[in-house]
Design a protein around this ligand. Sequence first.
Ligand SMILES: [Zn+2]
Length: 185
Amino acid sequence: MTSKTHEAGGVAGLMIGMLYLGIPKISAITIIVALVANLVGSLMPDIDQNQNRLWDMIPGGNTIGKVAKKVFWGHRSLSHSIIGTMLVYFGLKWLLPKLFNHDFIDTNIILISAMIGFVSHLCLDFLTQEGLPLFFPLKWKFGFPPFKKLRIRTGRFVENWVVFPILLVISVGLIIYLAVSKYFV
Ligand SMILES: [Zn+2]
């Protein structure tokens, strides 16, 4: 899937999470950092791709992206697997409290928000023809539906005109619903 679909998927996942877990009582700064963490998390698995939007944000990013692709054994390998997800989770769990002052920012919320973004990315890629190497370093790729031909092709009609609009409607709809239910009910 493309970056815009993953970003919309990350936000939709975050809003669905808030719908089920409830809106936590957190500071405005935590909300802003959590949203950024969610977006970065939703793009992070494609860090092994030099056309990833994350690389566009830093100077020389394209070159670093090409190197990253080699480090990560090509596109859709470690970063799209269960081991990769666990590494990111434990890595962030260790790193976030060192990056942010806990008096101002709730790093657990940032961690959950980033991981919702990350996992939403894998869920969306699971629907594509390329599939996911969930049990990397084993090379088998999995997807849904199990028959490759029935799955979505990245950047084509179904992604752009069905998946992306649905995620957008879910995101915007839930943001409005959550805001209304929090402040007016
Ligand atoms: Zn991906």
